[in-house]
Write a protein that binds this ligand. Structure first.
Ligand code: URA
Length: 255
């Protein structure tokens, strides 16, 4: 047992559940409910509503809330040399060894072994799939140190799309940080995409660091360390993934 008070009326007070998973104080959570932003099983919740977290589907602003006990979300700053996999046949260190082993989590998408920076790990398969799916277009931003200094024409190619062996890349957002260092934002997530794009313009990547995943960034997270995501961050990430689903673009909300 978890020690939570589940009274005879059934379930726990909704504001208490929301507060526990990180939506702020109970007072703040009552306001969320009063503002009509919280639904339970598809119906706008009223103040005083009780929920059974094992059965009820709770959503804030239409995004499911991770109230199920056992769902965890970590933001890791992956160092170079660590493999984005659950187990490596060559015995190299893996990202899952850098976070708690229970409950078991898996990486959302992947970073090359030499790439550093932000990676989400979770046991929430639905969110993982939504975020990693290329068509959902969650932006990923990288700082790339290049060999040599690309010309304005090279930067323009990155922005407009580069022909790779698996096709033309979508337009990227690119800014020059300093000579030979660019900030590049893509949303496709093809294999080794940034490295291949930079190679294609004649300036291979010397160092690559992912600095943002959709709404998530954290400049104070040291390489090799992780922290749990706040509920509001999970919500923002899910919202970013949903905002880019084809049905949402067409005006309908994705289920
Ligand atoms: N693009 C790459 O080339 N490598 C990564 O690890 C991520 C994006």
């Amino acid at each position: 047992m978890t020690g939570r008070s589940v009274d005879e009326a059934g379930g726990e007070r909704l504001q208490k559940v929301l507060a526990r998973v990180g939506f702020g104080s109970r007072r703040a959570c009552e306001e969320l409910i009063a503002d009509g932003r919280v639904t339970v099983n598809g119906e706008v919740a009223q103040l005083g509503r009780r929920v059974d977290i094992a059965q009820d589907r709770v959503e804030v602003d239409t995004v499911p809330v991770g109230v199920m006990p056992g769902l965890v979300y970590y933001l890791l700053n992956k160092p170079a040399g660590v493999v984005t996999t659950a187990s490596d046949p060559d015995g190299r260190p893996t990202v899952v060894e850098l976070v708690p082993s229970v409950p078991r989590v898996f990486p959302v998408g992947r970073l090359d072994v030499a790439t550093e920076g932000l990676l989400v790990l979770t046991n929430d398969g639905e969110l993982a799939q939504a975020v990693a799916h290329p068509s959902h277009g969650v932006e990923k931003e990288y700082l790339a140190e290049l060999r040599g200094n690309p010309s304005p024409a090279g930067i323009r190619s990155l922005r407009e799309g580069v022909m790779l062996e698996d096709g033309l890349t979508s337009p990227a957002k690119v800014s020059v940080v300093s000579p030979g260092v660019i900030r590049i934002t893509i949303h496709e997530g093809r294999n080794r995409q940034v490295r291949r794009m930079c190679e294609a313009i004649g300036h291979p990547v010397v160092r690559l660091v992912r600095t943002r995943i959709g709404p998530l960034s954290d400049r104070s997270l040291r390489p090799g360390s992780f922290r749990p995501l706040e509920a509001a961050e999970v919500l923002a990430l899910a919202r970013a993934a949903r905002a880019h689903t084809p049905s949402a673009r067409g005006g309908r909300r994705a289920k």
